[in-house]
Design a protein around this ligand. Structure first.
Ligand code: SAH
Length: 206
């Protein structure tokens, strides 16, 4: 599979039916997920690795990892409606089965406790629930050695300080204009774009 095919496959996945404002359900666009996950694959971060997709939503990040050769993916998500869609999306994959290749954990991120090689997360940006982004980062640096994490660009100072404080270093950074479609009542413009960064970080003493 190449990056383009991955993007096409991801664009066919089912999306959130009714995004929930409290959970900040802003999916990663298929092309953006394909770009980041293809990079991870080329960087040897994926193949045969155990991966966690925290705040998995409809599964775009973890499903990419499975398609690109991850050994196993843990999908952690707290919203049962999102999990229904995630399951439908996982059913589209051939020869990928639970529990050998993936497990779904329906829980709050605060209860995540599985040691993995790689963490993928596009967490709530912490605009609705303060510190939601911090909760995800805390779990990521505790349970992963390599992390790809999406945050609003305007919070980059917080993210970068957090990384250093926890013994990690940022090795790569991607800039995106994330479309936040007007699917929630508090959004005024039809499509609002916000600057989002994706950081690849790794434990310094790895
Ligand atoms: N990873 C998906 C979804 C991103 S949106 C993608 O990239 O498209 C953020 C997701 O985190 C939503 O699905 C939301 O339901 C979930 N979420 C929000 N707060 C959470 C929490 N405290 N614990 C677990 N999941 C949470």
């Amino acid at each position: 599979m190449r990056q383009k095919q991955l993007g096409i496959f991801l664009s066919k996945l089912k999306q959130f039916k009714d995004p929930k404002a409290w959970a900040e359900q802003h999916p990663t666009e298929p092309d953006i997920a394909a770009e980041v996950l293809w990079f991870a694959y080329m960087n040897r971060d994926l193949e045969d690795k155990v991966v966690a997709d925290l705040g998995a939503g409809t599964g775009v990040l973890g499903i990419s990892a499975l398609l690109l050769g991850a050994k196993k993916v843990y999908f952690l998500e707290k919203d049962p409606d999102a999990i229904k869609i995630l399951k439908e999306n996982l059913d589209l994959l051939e020869n990928i089965e639970t529990p050998t290749h993936y497990e779904i954990i329906q829980a709050d991120v605060l209860s995540f406790d599985v040691k993995v090689d790689l963490i993928l997360e596009n967490p709530p940006f912490g605009t609705k629930e303060t510190h939601a982004d911090r909760d995800f980062l805390e779990k990521a640096v505790r349970y992963g050695d390599i992390i790809y994490t999406f945050h609003k660009q305007e919070t980059s100072e917080f993210v970068e300080k957090f990384i250093i404080k926890h013994g990690f270093k940022a090795t790569h950074h991607f800039d995106f204009a994330f479309p936040l479609k007007n699917t929630m009542p508090h959004h005024k413009k039809r499509i609002q774009r916000i600057k989002v960064g994706c950081w690849r970080i790794q434990r310094i003493n790895l």
